[in-house]
Design a binder for this molecule. Structure first.
Ligand code: SF4
Length: 66
């Protein structure tokens, strides 16, 4: 799945959006939830500002299909 544009994501300042984990965006009819594949509780309280498992995501490849 292609990552949605950042401005449409909840908590745009959350560390998760820049994480290599990578987070998954789970959409309900009215909301988008950020699901972490690494944390046991899956849905950390947002916005995440500090996370011991955070690793910066590699820069996006402009040639990659969107
Ligand atoms: S590892 Fe931390 S920063 Fe990365 S997606 Fe999970 S909760 Fe967010």
């Amino acid at each position: 799945m292609t990552k949605p544009p950042p401005e449409s994501l909840p908590f745009p300042d959350s560390l998760c959006h820049r994480c290599a984990a990578p987070p998954r965006y789970v959409q309900s009819r009215t909301s988008t939830f950020i699901m972490c594949p690494l944390l046991p509780q899956k849905y950390p309280p947002q916005p995440v500002r500090v996370c011991s498992l955070f690793r910066p995501a590699p820069p996006e490849d402009p040639k990659a299909p969107r």
